[in-house]
Design a protein around this ligand. Structure first.
Ligand code: 2AM
Ligand code: CA
Length: 265
């Protein structure tokens, strides 16, 4: 299976799987046997651990060994630019706060973009033993089984997910949206890993998801997986904030309308 640039996406996915398993094994070992070293970044609740950094190092080394000319964008190290059409987008731990607390809801997220289009992605939870992956045009899978989004078209009976990134800001824009939406749906969950939230929409556990101000590395792989599972992804701007919405096609318009009503409250 070759994409327009002649790369075999089956081979790419086999490589990704090896790299991610290696990283997951390291994370399991580290959480069991190691004293975590936690540092803060932009503010006092924006955390990074030595395990984030080492996981990133493992993934970068694997990519450089296999595809030395490719560029890499990572959460902790930024852009490692090789002036290539190929860009790997990596979040070594999506859900770092959960990871620090031992709450088993974090993931390794890795995607390959070719000329700006995501061609392959994997989101792997070392704790749930869930491996979500997709290649463009070939569907989405969870541990070898094809997954598809839910068919729920009614918001009233839907289970949604959201998140509150950047909790350093006490007045979070999403609180208004959350309180508006909570009475309109069956329930709203907040896992703390945007990558897993998108995959949970892909697997139809959630009917829809929204979140503000996410970064490329949070959503690159999960967005492909959700879209390949039949989901729709919308990214829009609300004032200074970017809003990501993901759900099945039947619900997109209703969910978007309902979310945007929140601004009028
Ligand atoms: P992280 O754990 O890799 O930082 C939780 O709602 C989601 O928001 C997670 O995907 C989390 O990714 C992300 N997140 C946490 N803090 C953030 C910040 N300061 N800016 C943007 N995204 C953030
Ligand atoms: Ca991260």
């Amino acid at each position: 299976m070759r994409n327009s640039e002649g790369l075999n996406l089956n081979d790419v996915m086999n490589e990704i799987e090896k790299w991610v398993e290696l990283t997951a094994a390291y994370q399991r070992e580290a959480l069991q046997h190691q004293q975590l070293q936690v540092q803060t970044k932009a503010y006092d609740t924006d955390f990074v651990t030595d395990v984030d950094l080492k996981s990133e190092e493992i993934l970068i080394k694997c990519i450089h060994e296999t595809y030395p000319e490719h560029s890499i964008l990572t959460e902790e190290r930024g852009m490692l630019d090789r002036q290539s059409d190929y860009l790997w987008v990596i979040d070594p731990i999506d859900g770092t706060t959960n990871f620090i607390h031992g709450f088993p809801m974090s993931s390794i997220s890795i995607a390959l973009q070719v000329k700006g289009v995501t061609q392959a992605g994997m989101v792997y939870s070392p704790w749930l033993a869930m491996k979500f992956y997709a290649t463009k045009g070939k569907g989405a899978y969870l541990n070898g089984k094809r997954i598809t989004v839910s068919q729920t078209s009614e918001l009233r009976i839907s289970l949604l997910a959201t998140g509150f990134p950047g909790a350093g800001s006490r007045e979070h824009i999403n609180l208004v949206y959350f309180s508006h939406m909570i009475s309109k749906v069956s329930g709203i969950r907040r896992t703390g890993s945007a990558a897993l939230d998108l995959c949970f929409v892909a697997a139809s556990y959630f009917d829809g998801y929204w979140e503000f101000d996410l970064n490329d590395w949070d959503i690159c792989a999960g967005a492909l997986i959700a879209e390949e599972a039949g989901g729709r992804l919308l990214q829009t701007q609300v004032g200074q904030h970017s809003l990501t919405i993901c759900c099945n096609g039947q619900m997109l318009e209703t969910l978007q309308r309902s979310l945007l009503e929140s601004q009028e409250i």
